[in-house]
Design a protein around this ligand. Sequence first.
Ligand SMILES: C[S@@+](CC[C@H](N)C(=O)[O-])C[C@H]1O[C@@H](n2cnc3c(N)ncnc32)[C@H](O)[C@@H]1O
Length: 216
Amino acid sequence: MSGHQHGEGDATEMFEPQAWDERYAGDEQIWSGRPNAQLVAEASALEPGTALDVGCGEGGDVIWLARQGWHVTGADFSANGLARAARHAEQSGVAAQVDWWQVDARSFDAAGRTWDLVTTHFLHPPDGGMVAATARLATAVAPGGHLLVVGHAPSDTFTQLSESHRRAMFVAADLLPGLPPGFEVLVAEERPRTMTRDGVTHDVHDATLLARRTPS
Ligand SMILES: C[S@@+](CC[C@H](N)C(=O)[O-])C[C@H]1O[C@@H](n2cnc3c(N)ncnc32)[C@H](O)[C@@H]1O
């Protein structure tokens, strides 16, 4: 996802919905609109079904999945983010294949509902919260379905970010304790990617965890 621009300074409030609502309140598009590289790499090989994208932001991944034939639920805790994503889906002609869910990844309860693919990109809750988020996301994966969790691996590229943001980064192996029994790990690695920010290209790594829930 080129176009990533995290807030700077001490930014613990950036982990809360109000800050994201403010960020999405203006007219300027924040993310590139292109699907994330690891999503394309992994989901292209899957048979389309139902998908849940948590922390969907402006909806780039939701729209790409819908275009591949998935029925997609875009979830985010920012109402403004979801409104933007819905607008983009409408403009992209995939509105009929998508629905939206305003929910916090740290506390959501899917109430027994499951999806064939549960995916999240660059969510980064604070204080090691991604392990608990992974466990929660796993509850929403249908038997035989896949869980794809992607985030920023720690890197010198991110030294300008706040300490709390850097602590929220992870490598794929950090997430393994969050996977419940009944999941087979297919990928747990850091994948190189180039990212352009303010016209400068950076080499970064995407922490990538792909796991499959065993069919019941
Ligand atoms: C860095 S953006 C990534 C957006 C999108 N996944 C992408 O790759 O373009 C993070 C998104 O996650 C959302 N978010 C952050 N923390 C969240 C949480 N605890 N629950 C739900 N959404 C969250 C933000 O509102 C934002 O839209």
